[in-house]
Write a protein that binds this ligand. Structure first.
Ligand code: ZN
Length: 155
């Protein structure tokens, strides 16, 4: 049995995330031309580092605590965000849509893609952000940079 069996809410929402991301990819394959088989962000003229962050996010391997905690054997519920003081598990959903420390970048993202996340379902949020790879990339890059600064300068 894996340590990562997730029966709690946090685990369930992460499973939803991974399912949605895979679903988005499947949709692209079915509906699009051959070019669409490549994730849309890979086709964009985007620096390698930014492409890499988005790829990691899509695959669920961006080194957020939900992922890094696995290496140290932390229970899922203890893989808390160390950037905000909100006592939330740091998974992709928290990183993208919830963490208060990234509100400034998130507001900018919402404006850029003409969305109001509070009015959207999780599925709609992911559909929206992954269909705007440049704006998403900007958000992820800024937020991840702030995260690294907060986590490693404080030590
Ligand atoms: Zn947070």
């Amino acid at each position: 049995m894996s340590l990562d069996i997730m029966s709690d809410d946090q685990g369930a929402s992460r499973q939803t995330f991974l399912k949605i991301v895979r679903h988005v990819r499947r949709d692209r394959r079915i509906s699009g031309s051959l070019d669409m088989t490549v994730a849309s962000h890979l086709n964009c003229n985007m620096p390698k580092y930014q492409r890499s962050l988005i790829s990691q996010l899509r695959l669920g391997v961006l080194p957020l605590r939900i992922e890094t905690g696995r290496f140290t054997g932390l229970d899922v519920v203890d893989r808390l965000c160390q950037v905000c003081a909100g006592n939330h598990v740091e998974n992709e959903i928290h990183f993208l849509f919830e963490c208060s420390e990234y509100n400034e970048y998130r507001n900018e993202l919402e404006t850029a893609i003409n969305a109001t996340f509070s009015e959207l379902s999780i599925q709609e949020k992911f559909d929206k952000v992954f269909s705007h790879p440049h704006s998403l990339s900007r958000y992820v890059t800024l937020a991840y940079k702030k995260r690294q600064e907060k986590m490693y300068k404080a030590v």
